[in-house]
Design a protein around this ligand. Sequence first.
Ligand SMILES: *C/C=C(C)/C=C/C=C(C)/C=C/C1=C(C)CCCC1(C)C
Length: 235
Amino acid sequence: MEKTGLDPSDPVGVSFWIISAAMLAATYFFFVERDRAVGKWKTSLTVAAMVTGIAALHYFYMRGVWVETGESPTVFRYVDWLLTVPLQIVEFYLILTAIAVVGASLFWRLLIASVVMLLAGFVGETNIANGGLLWGGFIVGTAAWVYIIYEIFAGEASKINASQGTQASKSAFNALRWIVTVGWAIYPLGYILGYAGMLEGDGTLNLIYNLADFVNKIAFGVVIWAAATSDESRA
Ligand SMILES: *C/C=C(C)/C=C/C=C(C)/C=C/C1=C(C)CCCC1(C)C
């Protein structure tokens, strides 16, 4: 049968559709709520809206690829991540610069680590047939992610937060670092399950990545929104 539109018995296609709508709604929400935030927190909400807005666009296209071809929209997915993950790194930096004078080198270290993580994953996922690249990419990507975790829990970023943070910035920073540790862990777990042959077909891997994006983009924005509109942010 020729495929037309969305098949209700295709949970992966339906998840692409639902997340497109959620990303769009979140974008509108963060953008409108920007009015309630003060000072530098306004910029944080703008960036949160950019993240979900860019994702919404990619989810429209990813749904199309999946529904029309039944294949993983790997290139769209990584283009989306390459745009949105660095923006989330910018969020960390904005939270820190709202409270302290922060050297630019910290920003560049986090940014480069996030790009290395994604490029390594992309090389791995687009060369599945080459086991060396598939797992080499995974190892390099995981090392870069672990470095980011180190930086926000024990490195310079964490020290600035601990010594100079306000209540609002500290609670936002703390929640964001758990998202980066626990929420982001869904991606490498999906990668392992997907490519070690534990899942059938590409569908489940896409479901896992979709769920992870939903949590890590929308919940991430909500954490920033909560801090930006809290009374402490006015202090
Ligand atoms: C909005 C999109 C987000 C927050 C994407 C995050 C993606 C990751 C944390 C990906 C991590 C990976 C590794 C840690 C190992 C290599 C494979 C990746 C790229 C899936």
